[in-house]
Every structure is written in C-alpha cells, then in structure tokens.
Design a protein around this ligand. Structure first.
Ligand SMILES: [Zn+2]
Length: 452
C-alpha cells in the first residue's frame, strides 16, 4: 500500500500552539499543513487560507510537534510483561535474546505493528529503532504502510556463544548492507537505515570497524547501547580494558552520526569523548529505573553541549512506549540530585522533540512547528480534568498529559490518528494478531508468560 498525502490543505484552527521553535513561541492560533509540510502558522486570523482547505477545529486543544523517540525496539513489543524484575545482563540472556531468537517474520510483524500503533496513538511520529537479527525487512514494511517516520536497523551480533542470535561477521554486515540499500531514504525519505551493532559485548572488533566503513559509505547513522548498567560496565572493562564509550571510540564508533543509548555510568574519559566527537546520546529514563541501572547525568551532558534525545526503549523494560511518561520522568529524575530548576518542563519537551530530532540528524526538517518543516504534528485534547486549567501549556504537556489524551496525529501531513483512532489500520486486528503471536513466541522460547 502506498500512503498518499492529503491533497487538500488542512488548517488546525484555534488551538494553543506550542512550537518548540528557537524562541519557544506559544500562542493561540492556526497551523496550516499542505503538501506534507507546515505551510504557515500564527495567531488566529493571520494564516491565509486557500479554497478547499479542510478546517479542523482544535479549540481547547494543544498543538505541538510530533514526539521523536531516539531509542526504541519494535521487535520487543510482544515481550511486554515477560521479563520482569531483572537487571540488564540476566534480562538479556534469560529472556530477551531467547525471545528474539524465537521470532518469525510473522510474529515480528505483529510486534512491530503493535508498537507502531501504540506510538502513533500516543503522539510519537518519529523513532530511532533497533531491530533484532533476522527478518528485519518486515519492520520496515510495517513502518512503510502505517506511516510513522522511522530510522532503523537490524541488530548486529557476531560474538560466538553470546546468543543463538549470533551471525558470522560477514553475514551480519552483508545483510545490514542489503537492508540499507533497500530502505535508506525510502518513502520520500520517511524511512532511513541505521547500522545497529547491539553493544560492544556482542560484537567483534572486526564487526565494529567494518560497520563504521559501511555506514559512512551510505550516509547512515550508527546506533548502539553503551554504559547502561554497572554489571555491563564491569564486563566491558574486563573484555576491553577500557570504559564503554572510549572502547567504542577506539573502534571508530564516535561522532555526530553515532547514537549511544543510555550513557548512565560515564567516566571522565567517556564524558570527554562524547564532547570531543559530538557523539549523540539517547536517554531512556524509565528503562534506567526499571532495570536498576541508575540515573544518567543529563544536565551535565547538556552543559557539555552533547546532543541528547529521549526514548522509551523496549516494551519489556518500560513497559510503556509513551513519550509523555519519558518526558515527565526525564524531568523528575534530575530534580532530587540537582535541584528543582535542573530540568524544566521546557527542556524535557525540547529533548523529546528537537533533541531527539537532532540525534536522528533530522532537526532540519522535523522536531518543531516552523514553516517549511515536515508536517509531523500532534493535537492533544483537553477534555479531561487533569488538563485543566491551562496555566502553562508546556508544563501541561510534560507533567499532566498522557498518551491517551492525543486526539489527532499527522506525519508528512497525512492524518494517521483521527479522534483517537488509527485512520488507515484496524487496531482490532493488530491487537488480535499480537495476542496470537506472543503465544507462539513464548512457546517456542519455552518461557512462561505467567498466564494460564
Ligand atoms: Zn535498547
């Protein structure tokens, strides 16, 4: 299925517009979407309409940029609730790797569709996704048809004995190259490829070094995990003699085209490396709490000038894929240690929009409401009591609103959510497929689901 843009201009009329532009402008007014872009915006009455414009009355709603999540795993959405109360390394070895190894193309598709449905209905319009090892094309197919903006890549693992997901080095590289050639820039550049070595413990030096060559030859991002958890940090030191970020840098994985998820436990050398190379960081506050990893030093990284985004990570370590939950936690986490002013709502919203967009290398065309940018726009309805009164629209978005408050979602000007429902996909069949798929995967992995 090819998704067509709405040929008619759409005017979002009368909402409280939170732009996240360079001046953090907030006003009551209109946003005009046309040809997949934000054509104009401004206070009420200031936007010129052309004949045939479809007017959507969003009075009493907040209109904001689509949320951008800079680290998620669509392949793990089926595993929500099957990997509870474990720290990172046992969580991976006892649950996630066996479950990923048990995925088929059909069950992976069900996982991706469930995740994309949850993300879109909650106002996330753009993601950086890390896949599993096999059948990753079905994740791109799901994103292609469902309309979300996605940069993604299959997980690369070649350290023999780490997991049944291990591949020979050359096979991991060639299948990644194949996917990159097929999908990087597809769907009018809505889809991009990111090379995704899983983490340093699952990758040989040869795989990491060749990944840099292949990714840079194609202009693709590199996306991996680093310095997440004390046990992992110790294991990386034992294996490489270095701290995570420094070990990755020595293998060439550093720079503006590198996204490191987590960066919770950073030495001074690692902080210096991030700053020197302008390596990007994806902050995952819920996951860092749930896997007992710790609290990432985000205010310090921002003070260093490091570009930081936010993501929900995987459903089995969160267990939500809600941009609202992650924004609020990103703000709250820092306050006990650094003071009430450490992470204002404005900063948390910026991390979830422009920050993550910059992590993805897409802050030039997404992440804020500005004329000429891609029309990735979210409308948050304020019918429910927790969104009244509206003293501070940004604080309302970050600290009061929830995913279920999202009423309308546009990506590239296409309306994907209307009145809290998916426009182009049948949610009922997505949910039913997921229930069947998780039974198959858990049985194949011989992991109890905790259900009769
Ligand atoms: Zn992750």
């Amino acid at each position: 299925m090819i998704l067509q843009s709405d040929p008619r201009p759409v005017l979002l009329h009368g909402g409280t517009v939170v732009t996240v532009d360079g001046d953090d402008r907030v006003f009551v007014g209109d946003v005009l979407l046309h040809h997949g872009r934000i054509a104009a915006l401004g206070p009420a009455g200031s936007v010129q309409l052309t004949p045939g414009t479809r007017v959507l009355d969003v009075t009493d709603s907040i209109v904001c940029p689509g949320f951008v999540q800079s680290h998620v795993h669509l392949c793990q959405v089926l595993f929500r609730g099957i990997a509870e109360d474990l720290a990172l390394l046992p969580w991976l070895r006892q649950r996630i790797w066996p479950l990923e190894a048990a995925l088929s193309a059909a069950t992976l598709r069900a996982s991706a569709r469930l995740g994309i449905a949850e993300l879109l209905l909650g106002g996330t319009t753009s993601i950086l996704d890390m896949g599993t090892v096999h059948d990753h094309h079905v994740v791109f197919e799901a994103a292609s048809t469902m309309g979300i903006r996605m940069t993604s890549g299959k997980a690369m693992m070649d350290r023999v004995g780490q997991s049944s997901l291990d591949e020979p080095t050359a096979a991991s590289l060639s299948s990644s190259n194949h996917l990159a050639d097929a999908w990087h820039g597809a769907a009018d550049d809505r889809l991009r490829y990111a090379y995704a070595p899983r983490f340093i413990l699952s990758c040989s030096d040869e795989l990491l070094r060749q990944t840099v060559v292949e990714a840079r030859a194609r202009g693709c991002l590199m996306h991996t995990h680093a310095s997440e958890n004390p046990g992992e940090v110790d294991a990386v030191r034992a294996a490489t003699g270095r701290d995570n970020v420094v070990a990755l840098e020595e293998r060439g994985i550093a720079g503006k085209d590198v996204v490191l998820a987590h960066c919770v436990h950073l030495s001074e050398d690692e902080r210096a490396s991030l700053k020197r190379h302008r390596t990007r960081v994806a902050h995952c506050p819920s996951t860092n709490l749930k896997l007992a990893s710790g609290i990432a030093p985000i205010p310090g990284l921002l003070a260093d000038g490091v570009v930081v985004g936010v993501g929900a990570d995987g459903a089995p370590c969160n267990n939500r894929l809600s941009a609202f939950t992650e924004m609020r936690l990103a703000a709250l986490l820092q306050k006990p240690a650094h003071g009430a002013e450490a992470m204002p709502a404005r900063t948390a919203l910026r991390l979830m929009t422009m920050g993550s967009a910059a992590v993805l290398g897409r802050d030039g065309d997404t992440g804020s409401l500005e004329p000429g940018k891609r029309a990735d726009v979210v409308v948050v309805g304020r019918e429910r009591p927790h969104l009244r009164p509206l003293a501070d629209p940004v604080a309302t978005l970050v600290h009061a609103a929830e995913a279920a408050d999202v009423t309308h979602v546009f990506v590239d000007g296409r309306q994907l959510v209307r009145d809290r429902r998916l426009v182009h996909d049948d949610l009922g069949s997505i949910l039913a497929d997921a229930e069947i798929a998780v039974g198959e995967v858990a049985a194949r992995a011989a992991i109890a689901r905790g259900l009769p």
